[in-house]
Structure formats: C-alpha cells, structure tokens
Design a protein around this ligand. Structure first.
Ligand SMILES: [Cu+2]
Length: 77
C-alpha cells in the first residue's frame, strides 16, 4: 500500500486485469498495469512460460528502492 500509483510490469507474460480495488472486471490484456494509490489489482495469466520472471514497478526510483520481485514457476507435468 502506498500513496502513489505504481505501473507494475510483469516480464515474460501478458495478463488480463480481472479486478481493481475489489471490483471484478474484464480488462484488457497487457503486460503493465497501473495500480492505483492505496489500491490493489488482480490479474490472470496463463502460466505457459516457466522460469523466473521479474515483476516490478516501472518507476525506476521505486524499483531501485525495492519494488522488484519475481514470479517463478516450473514446467508442469
Ligand atoms: Cu512505483
């Protein structure tokens, strides 16, 4: 949670925004979503590209301050 909006970007995938601030919607397919201040976003994506993919804020100074994470999964059987 933050008082700023954060353009969150997921590498290696495209996703659909399916919720913003607890409200369901059928959003566009994209690879970046602007998370609103003090808000939350729910996304859905096909886990068809196994690996360790960066998930980070596109504001470089936010990323440098720690808004850098990863989505990691292995190939299913
Ligand atoms: Cu940010």
């Amino acid at each position: 949670m933050s008082m700023m909006a954060h353009p969150m970007h997921l590498h290696g995938h495209h996703f659909q925004v399916v919720g913003i601030n607890g409200r369901a919607l059928q959003g566009a397919v994209r690879d970046t979503v602007l998370v609103p201040p003090m808000g939350s976003v729910v996304i859905a994506f096909d886990a068809g590209n196994p690996g360790r993919w960066p998930l980070h804020c596109h504001h470089l100074y936010h990323m440098a301050a720690g808004m850098m994470s990863f989505v990691a999964y292995e190939k299913g059987s």
